[in-house]
Structures are given as structure tokens and as C-alpha cells.
Design a protein around this ligand. Structure first.
Ligand SMILES: [Zn+2]
Length: 440
């Protein structure tokens, strides 16, 4: 890796901040599902920052029990504190912990990267909740918050809805969906909210993320065998159902359902469909109907034609440049190369590298999340972008305008005062008089 590492270092040049590290991850036998997700999470800036903060506060190994969160924090800290800019790291302790916690990942078989991401995020949420509960309640009265399935977080115990802890994992990834059902007889709308940490989308051939999201939010009619029990009518009724996004997350993780069970085949099949995912995504499926802009910063790619074998790699955007992570290997790529991972327009194609999990960051409000509140520089930058001018030019233009405005106000005052003095016969202080006369 020495030669390859130095080649990458040369390619990186001085386009990247001094503190940024680009490390490949060693594969311990089919652990690419883990490596590809880890790279996407490492380059998810708010997630990395929070995790390193956590590491900073919990680094005394004596009092903390090792878990998935401490192992991950340890790994991220190990990467970010490397002296060299590039190289390879063995995420051995973390992988061992994953295998220990979940028997699904214990074998050397090909695993599902999305299943792994889901497991990891939910596990982190669990650990953070347990820590918070342990800190706030006495040991005997721990509230039950152990069963958080698929990111759903409202607990009902003894009929009382408990307020769930909002951890930093929630603040980064959690959004809310609202499931609206309208009874066609009495028109009553029943809305049920559920939280999510990622969105799983059904896909179609030659489609796009936008059309998949549209299908996700499309109206579905419940009838025949599938009627809805309306509380107002007190009976099963025909109804219309639709799913909308109520609250958008800061980081939107989209999982394309490329592995589908085909009844005729009696097994899972990989769908190699071409699904376009833009680098800049406009989301309009929200309840309030506003467009929200998102920027793509990582893609976990599944390589191979079947669901039970293959490989995972990831594409990551860091400081406006794209990089390609394939276990130990890291390379710089052009943004245009992202398109080659959309999928295949024909069923049988030699290209088997398909975007599988997409990571988007919310464009403007996201700025607040990990770059602090708006400062004057950000505002200037945003304004100058609006007028497509470089910030120094924009500042100069702004100054000129202010100067012009100041002069025109002075001139108006001068003319006005002169008129007052002459027409109204008012008496002006000497300095004003002399100024108005010289200026007119
Ligand atoms: Zn009804």
C-alpha cells in the first residue's frame, strides 16, 4: 500500500485540509459490507464530530464497559489521529464486537450492508439511551427502552406514552413520516406518525430517486380484503392511505430495495435497475409542501449480479472532491464517475456496480448543525452565491452601493434644506448653509 498511499497523497495535493485523513480499511473475510458503511459514516461530518466528542468524554477505559459505540468511537479516533494523511487501518476490534453482538454477522458469508447500517444505528441509539437512563434514574427504576425496532421510538408502558430520549444519533438521522388514512364514507382522516432513521424505497427500471419518492408518497386505496377499520363509522370501510414526510432529517439515508424476493423463483433476486440519484436532490414530499435541498455525500455500492455474493465499495465526497473506497484501497475519482453507479438500463449488463445506500445532507439548515450558527462570513457567502460573484467582489459591490446611497441621501438633505431655507424662510446653521450652497 506504500506506493499506492503515496500516489493518493500526491493526488490529494493541498486541496484538502491538513487535518483530514483518508484511510482504507482491512478486510477480514467478506467484511466489505462493514467497511463500506464505516467509510460513509466517517465522512458524515456531524456523525464523526459527535462520535469524536463522545470519545473525548468517555476515553477512560477503566470505568466504561466496551460496547459497539466505544469500539466505533475508538476506531474513528484512531483514524483521525493518524500522523500520515493516507494508509490502511484494521478495524479488528470493531468487527469482532459486531460479530459478538449479532450472530447474523458472525459467518463469513456475504452480508447486507443496509441490514448492517440499520443494526449499527439502532444499537448506538440503545447504548446512548441506556447510558442516559443510568445517569438519570436510580439503578432500581430503569425505564424500559430496550426494544427499539427499526428506529421507532415511542414506548407505551401501562398505557402512558413515555417521552423518548433524543440522542445525537436521532438528531442527525431521524425524520418523521405521517401515515394518513381517509375513510371514504365519513371522510375522517386518521394520521399516525412514525419515526425513521432511513427510508427504504421500492425501485423501478429507468427511474430516479424523485420518482421513487413520489411512488412512496402516492395514494393507495384500501378496499376488498384490505379495508380499514374506521373508528367513527365503527366498521371496516374503504379508505385511501398515503405516506408523507412530516419532518425531514439532517442526514437523509435512502436505501434502494435492490434485493427482492421473487415468488416465481422462490428466492431473492438483485434488481440492477437504473435509478438516477442526483448529487443535488430537491425533496418535495413533505407535509408542508416546501422544497428542501439535499446534497449527496456518500454512496454504498453493491458490486455483483446476485444477492448472495458480491462485494461492497463506497463513494465519498470530502471537501468538494469524490473518493472511491474499496477496502484497503482509496482513490480519487471525478464527480462524473458517480453516474456509472446508477444501474443498468438493460437486464444483462457487464456493469454490476450499483448504488445501494445513498447518504444526503440537508443543504442550508444542515449548516447550523455542525458549523455553528450563521456568522457574517456564511451570510456573505450565501449572498454572493446568490449573485454568482466571488465573495471579495460581492463585498466591494456592497461597499460601493452603500457609498452611493450615503451620497444620494446627503444630496437629498442638501437640496431639501436649501429649499426650506429659501422657500420657508427658515434659518439654517451656518455650516449647513455653506454646505448646501457649495453642493448645489
Ligand atoms: Zn368512517
Amino acid at each position: 500500500m506504500g506506493a499506492a498511499g503515496s500516489k493518493l497523497e500526491k493526488a490529494l495535493g493541498d486541496q484538502f485540509p491538513e487535518s483530514e485523513r483518508y484511510f482504507g480499511l482491512e478486510n477480514f473475510g467478506n467484511t466489505c459490507y462493514c467497511n463500506s458503511v464505516l467509510q460513509a459514516l466517517y465522512f458524515c461530518t456531524p456523525f464523526r464530530e459527535q462520535l469524536l466528542d463522545y470519545y473525548g468524554n468517555h476515553k477512560n477505559p477503566g470505568d466504561a464497559e466496551e460496547n459497539l459505540l466505544t469500539c466505533l468511537a475508538d476506531l474513528f479516533s484512531q483514524i483521525s489521529s493518524q500522523k500520515k494523511k493516507t494508509g490502511v487501518i484494521a478495524p479488528k476490534r470493531f468487527v469482532q464486537r459486531v460479530k459478538k453482538e449479532n450472530e447474523l454477522f458472525r459467518s463469513y458469508m456475504h452480508q447486507d450492508a443496509h441490514e448492517f447500517l440499520n443494526f449499527l444505528l439502532n444499537e448506538l441509539v440503545d447504548i446512548l439511551e441506556k447510558e442516559s437512563n443510568a445517569a438519570t434514574s436510580s439503578p432500581g427504576t430503569l425505564t424500559a427502552s430496550e426494544n427499539i425496532a427499526n428506529g421507532t421510538c415511542n414506548h407505551v408502558s401501562n398505557g402512558i406514552k413515555e417521552e423518548q430520549l433524543v440522542s445525537w444519533v436521532h438528531r442527525i438521522f431521524q425524520g418523521t413520516l405521517t401515515n394518513e388514512t381517509r375513510c371514504l364514507l365519513c371522510e375522517t382522516v386518521t394520521a399516525r406518525d412514525e419515526t425513521f432513521l432511513d427510508l427504504s424505497l421500492d425501485i423501478e427500471q429507468n427511474s430516479s430517486i424523485t420518482s421513487c419518492l413520489k411512488n412512496f408518497s402516492s395514494t393507495e386505496t384500501l378496499n376488498a380484503e384490505d379495508k380499514f377499520f374506521c373508528d367513527k363509522c365503527c366498521s371496516l370501510q374503504e379508505a385511501q392511505k398515503r405516506m408523507k414526510i412530516k419532518k425531514l432529517p439532517h442526514i437523509l439515508v435512502i436505501h434502494l430495495k435492490r434485493f427482492k424476493y421473487i415468488e416465481q423463483l422462490g428466492r431473492n433476486k438483485k434488481l440492477s435497475y437504473r435509478v438516477v440519484f442526483p448529487v443535488e436532490l430537491k425533496l418535495s414530499n413533505t407535509v408542508d409542501g416546501d422544497d428542501t435541498e439535499y446534497s449527496l455525500f456518500a454512496v454504498v455500492v453493491h458490486v455483483g449480479s446476485g444477492p448472495n455474493h458480491g462485494h461492497y465499495v463506497s463513494l465519498v465526497k470530502s471537501h468538494s472532491h469524490w473518493l472511491f473506497f474499496d477496502d484497503e484501497n482509496v482513490d480519487m475519482i471525478d464527480e462524473s464517475a458517480v453516474q456509472t453507479f446508477f444501474g443498468s438500463a438493460q437486464e444483462y449488463s457487464s456493469n454490476t456496480d450499483h448504488g445501494y445506500i445513498l447518504f444526503y445532507e440537508r443543504a442550508v439548515p444542515g449548516v447550523e448543525l455542525h458549523h455553528g450558527p450563521f456568522d457574517s462570513t456564511t451570510v456573505l457567502l450565501l449572498f454572493s452565491l446568490q449573485f454568482s460573484l466571488p465573495p471579495p467582489f460581492f463585498l466591494l459591490l456592497l461597499l460601493l452601493l452603500l457609498l452611493l446611497l450615503y451620497h444620494s441621501i446627503q444630496h437629498t438633505i442638501a437640496v431639501y434644506s436649501l429649499n426650506e431655507a429659501w422657500v420657508g424662510g427658515g434659518i439654517l446653521p451656518f455650516s449647513y448653509c455653506s454646505m448646501t450652497i457649495t453642493s448645489v
